[in-house]
Design a protein around this ligand. Structure first.
Ligand code: PMP
Ligand code: GLN
Length: 383
């Protein structure tokens, strides 16, 4: 195989989901939601399929969805995008991120991201011939904080992109306004493009709602906002995402995107356009369910003798496994299915830089019964 894929192992999500299947363990590894989708959305997709909307949509996405995305950004965040030139529909956030890095990076360039980070980031940089440079998020009380000096130190003349993810996977961190301002300042100082992955934008459980960095002064012009319908509507299998930004940047992303997939999921796009228009009400209910799950899991991890961190958003709680006698999260995750019948993912799988090896990520986007079962199993660690 070519150097760009040589040594790329099977994704940790695939590996852990297979392990759960093989051992009959409860899968708190991969963030696959088990919660319901809006019934009207499901009906709309079925209707669209049966009505024959089954051929290629326009490569940039159905106009109705691009308009709904633009309206969403304006309504929630006061960000104005021209749906015809500044919104591009993609095959999930995954394709948007890959196409963005392919569009922005030349071989030898560097992409700065906060570590730990979603595993696709380093792979996408590598596919573009670039290198991912990780800036560690530092444990700070029961959360994680940005080290602005470390961010500054990581930027070199080869840096092209600052890749941000808020709300953050795997920590559950929501970047504060001050942290976003620091990221914005560094990007402006060095003329960097910010690519911001906001797939968990509707899943914030803390008091402050999601704040996109593009909404900070001067940032819209240098930012590509990436999001997706997967987490918002519990439809991760549909793979419909989008990217918003100034026209020249979006045009560059589309140059790559059109030769990766050309287009994506016609019947899903039509249905999602309608669902996005009413997303606020839907998301409030989903957040309530997920917040309750987060509390059950956090308590369960504590009762199991681990030290959970605070998850303000998203699908995951991280825990320090040292109180259970492990120094290494990977060893803990290897033992966990056999010891108690639960699968989790070592945070080490999300690392590109030095950082604590004793963190493990547990997912809570599960049916309450499955979560209760997992918590009961985890309790055996303590007893
Ligand atoms: N970014 C992050 C941070 C994620 O957690 C995920 C979840 N799989 C993705 C991107 C991928 O999103 P999608 O399924 O829309 O491709
Ligand atoms: N985003 C999910 C996670 O972090 C799943 C990603 C995937 O399966 N590629 O677990």
């Amino acid at each position: 195989p070519a150097a760009r894929v040589r040594g790329m192992a099977t994704s940790i999500f695939t590996e852990m989901t297979e392990l759960a299947r093989a051992t009959g363990a409860v899968n708190l590894g991969q963030g696959v939601p088990e919660l319901a989708s809006p019934p009207a959305l499901l009906r709309d997709v079925a209707d669209a399929v049966l009505a024959g909307h089954n051929q290629y949509p326009p490569a940039v996405g159905l106009p109705a969805l691009r308009e709904a995305v633009a309206a969403h950004q304006r309504r929630l965040y006061g960000l104005a995008y021209d749906p015809a030139a500044e919104v591009l529909v993609t095959t999930g956030a995954t394709e948007a991120l890959a196409a963005a890095l392919l569009a922005l990076c030349d071989p030898g360039d560097e992409v700065v991201a906060f570590d730990p980070c979603y595993d696709a980031y380093a792979a996408d940089a590598r596919l573009a011939g670039a290198t991912l440079v990780g800036v560690p998020l530092v444990p700070d009380g029961d959360g994680f904080a940005l080290d602005a000096d470390a961010l500054r130190a990581a930027v070199t003349p080869r840096t092209r992109v600052l890749l941000l993810n808020t709300p953050h996977n795997p920590t559950g961190k929501v970047f504060t306004r001050a942290e976003l301002a620091a990221v914005a300042e560094v990007s402006a100082e060095h003329g960097l493009t910010v690519v911001t992955d906001e797939v968990y934008e509707h899943l914030v459980y803390a008091d402050e709602p999601h704040l996109p960095i593009a909404a900070l002064p001067g940032m819209r012009q240098r930012t590509l906002v990436v999001s997706s319908a997967g987490k918002t509507f519990n439809t991760t299998g549909w793979k419909v995402g989008w990217v918003c930004g100034p026209a020249p940047l979006v045009t560059a992303v589309n140059a790559a995107k059109q030769f990766l997939t050309y287009a994506s999921g016609t019947p899903y796009q039509a249905a999602l356009a309608r669902a996005l228009d009413g997303v606020e009400q839907w998301a409030a209910g989903l957040r309530a369910e997920l917040r309750a799950n987060r509390d059950v899991l956090t308590e369960g991890l504590r009762a199991a003798g681990l030290r959970p961190f605070r998850a303000d958003a998203g699908y995951f709680v991280q825990a320090d496994v040292r109180p259970a006698g492990y120094h290494d999260g990977t060893a803990f995750c290897r033992d966990l299915p056999g010891r108690v019948g639960v699968v989790a993912i070592p945070t080490a799988a999300f690392r590109t830089a030095q950082g604590p090896d004793w963190l493990v990520r547990f997912s809570f986007c599960k049916r309450p019964e499955a979560l209760a079962d997992a918590v009961e199993r985890l309790a055996r660690l303590a007893g």
